[in-house]
Design a protein around this ligand. Structure first.
Ligand code: C5P
Length: 234
């Protein structure tokens, strides 16, 4: 796995998703696809197989967070779905992350990549202090959680493009950073507050960018995808 663009298929149904993906039928390389909670809960695990069967790699974004034994068993189920990348909350502790890795590892030793969410981008300093009673600066909390994910043996973290370089500094160049919040230069930022172009994300060292609306909402999604790949992968 190298640098790649992951297309966030934030659709509510199987039909909408498959109709969207049909537009990439002519591409030599089918896009890496992100399936989130909405689609997965609406359509069930078979949606993963259906998209995978069309030649796409899959990032299953379910952000698991529970006691270690429950997460281990859930991850075992997910590894059987033949997904390529899955995630969990680092807040679940190192014990939970280690259990997740164990559950995810197949009898032949292979497993999907596993990355952690440090702090959600919807959490700010104030809500972290008031709701979570964490009083350290948010940036330090993100770095601490990234280091704990690394210590647990995970492959990387989801982080904002602005945190990517620091995570690499702290956890090593091989520790993956997967970054949403990407927009084309001059494009509509929507509800994303801190954005970067694919070229900028490439420069700061992100391994994967997760791109939704700039591709799903484009007049020609396949062309927008190709532009994104050209700018990010080169
Ligand atoms: O449409 P847009 O490009 O903003 O979509 C970004 C995708 O990345 C969405 O699927 C969103 O859920 C996801 N994401 C995010 N911020 C995070 C984690 C995931 O925007 N911190």
């Amino acid at each position: 796995m190298g640098k790649d663009v992951i297309v966030a298929c934030d659709f509510a149904s199987r039909q909408q998703t498959l109709d969207f993906l049909k537009q990439f039928a002519g591409e030599t390389k089918k896009p890496f696809v992100k399936i989130g909670m909405e689609l997965f809960y609406a359509e069930g695990p078979q949606i993963v197989g259906e998209i995978k069967g069309r030649g796409h790699q899959i990032f299953l974004d379910l952000k698991l967070h529970d006691i270690p034994n429950t997460v281990k068993k859930a991850m075992k189920v997910l590894s059987g779905l033949d997904v390529d990348l899955v995630n969990l909350h680092a807040a679940g502790t190192v014990a939970m992350m280690e259990a997740a890795l164990e559950g995810l590892t197949r009898p032949d030793g292979t497993r999907p990549l596993l990355i952690a969410v440090t702090q959600l981008t919807s959490t700010d300093q104030r809500s972290m202090e008031e709701d979570l009673l964490i009083r350290e600066p948010l940036a330090e909390v993100v770095m601490h959680y990234a280091r704990r994910a690394k210590a647990a043996g995970l492959d990387g973290v989801v982080c904002s493009p602005l945190e990517s370089a620091k995570v690499k500094e702290a956890c090593g160049a091989g520790f993956l950073t997967v970054t949403p919040g990407v927009r084309f230069a001059g494009g509509d930022t929507g509800d994303q507050k801190r954005v970067m172009t694919p070229q900028e994300a490439k420069k700061i060292g992100s391994d994967y960018i997760v791109v939704g609306r700039p591709i799903t909402g484009a007049e020609d999604p396949a062309a927008a995808y190709r532009r994104c790949v050209a700018e990010f992968v080169g």
